[in-house]
Write a protein that binds this ligand. Structure first.
Ligand SMILES: *Cc1c(COP(=O)(O)O)cnc(C)c1O
Length: 386
């Protein structure tokens, strides 16, 4: 039987009804750390749980098919996924990274560069001249993260990947914020896609996990071998839960993006809101690039309150439905204050340089009723000083 190719069908049914022992419709969970050899010098499909596990492979295969890659490795976290790709680099190799990438990613890049594992250059990838100047140094890897966190800036993956390849570099894209439901970087030229599956892919805020998808089969095999060397692999139960979350990825993303659009338009029309950052708004500087390269605008957005820190305190004290918490991508709506939470480690100067003000709030919009979401925000805004 040939495998169906529609992404919605892959998400809903990859691995369904494949159990050969009892005909279980949902995939069984294999917690065993070790697998019996059928005979002398005859390993089976699996031998040891760090080297391979059926649940991890089932999730990895589903993600590789959704991203249009040749294979995937499922890791213990998003950071472990990014670090797995960094394992390709040698001392003297140059890594080019966005100046506004996820804080944990920036910390990892800096820590490894400081130890001499590779050279590192941060650049504003939307600045063509600055990007070309660093590409002239012949980097080994260009890392892209789009949309950015928390200002939702979008860069052109196809253009950056083409320029990077011309300079002899490989390209990795962090696709956490949109998932393959809304963006497929390999089709735009990426060699690797990395995910924090903690976010939309699992979607239920109950697993920390990650994955790397490689466009090329040999690269996928090399990453898998390296994950076995370093032991960065994810647990079988986490993979099983994440595949269960993945079943509903497409309807979740579609509905959460619809809710986010309604929330963005509500906020954009509110007198106590100074600015809204959502690529789905025609006024967003990245709207045209986002429309061309994404199949939706996603469910993350941020906004600046007009009333400064006093307004932020009042808002987070009175907002309803949205929970004050870090992370994103779950079915429940969250609000975070980047300056004191997700981006506190960056320091005030770097934050302000990146345009992250003290009155900026970030929303991860969930699956609740649209009117309830807006009423919840209205409760917070009503408490803000005018
Ligand atoms: C959360 C996140 C990560 C890190 O993932 P963990 O699962 O927390 O290790 C990396 N990139 C982006 C864009 C993220 O949002």
């Amino acid at each position: 039987m040939s495998q169906p190719k529609s992404p919605e069908t892959i998400a809903a049914s990859h691995g369904v009804a494949t159990d050969s022992a009892y005909g279980a419709v949902t995939p069984p969970l294999y917690l065993s750390t070790t697998f019996a050899f059928p005979g002398y010098e005859k390993p089976g499909a699996y031998d040891y749980g760090r080297s391979g596990n059926p649940n991890r492979d089932m999730l990895g295969d589903a993600l590789a098919r959704l991203e249009g890659g040749a294979g995937a490795v499922v890791t213990a976290s998003g950071m472990a996924a990014i670090d797995l790709v960094l394992g390709r680099l040698r001392p003297g190799d140059l890594l080019v990274a966005p100046h506004d990438c996820y804080g944990g990613t920036q910390r990892l890049f800096l820590a490894r560069a400081e130890r001499g594992h590779f050279d590192l250059a941060f650049v504003d990838q939307s600045d063509g001249a600055a990007l070309q100047a660093v590409l002239d140094r012949r980097p080994a890897l260009v890392f892209i993260e789009t949309p950015s966190n928390p200002l939702m800036r979008v860069v052109d993956i196809r253009a950056i990947a083409a320029a990077a390849h011309a300079a002899g570099a490989k390209v990795a894209v962090d696709n956490t914020f949109l998932s393959p439901a809304l963006q497929r970087p390999i089709a735009l030229g990426a060699d690797f896609v990395v995910h924090s599956t903690t976010k939309y892919l699992n979607g239920h805020s109950d697993v920390v996990g990650g994955a790397v998808v490689a466009a090329d089969a040999d690269e996928a095999a090399a990453l898998r071998a390296w994950a076995n060397v370093t032991g960065a692999v994810g647990s079988p139960f986490d993979a099983w839960l994440t595949l269960r979350g993945l079943r509903t990825l497409f309807p979740r993303m579609a509905q959460q993006a619809r809710n986010a659009d309604a929330v963005a338009r509500f906020l954009a029309g509110h007198p106590k809101v100074a600015a809204v950052h959502y690529p789905g708004l025609e006024s967003h500087p990245s709207h045209a690039v986002a429309r061309a390269q994404q199949s939706g605008y996603g469910a993350m957005l941020s906004f600046d309150l007009a009333g400064g820190t006093a307004a932020v305190k009042a808002f987070v004290g009175h907002v309803r439905v949205f929970v004050l918490a870090e992370s994103l991508g779950g079915v429940e709506s969250l609000v975070a204050h980047p300056a004191t939470m997700t981006h506190a480690d960056m320091g005030a100067e770097a934050r302000h340089g990146a345009g992250i003000g003290d009155s900026l709030l970030r929303l991860s919009v969930g699956l609740e009723n649209e009117a309830d979401l807006i009423a919840g925000l209205e409760a917070g805004l009503a408490a803000c000083p005018a």
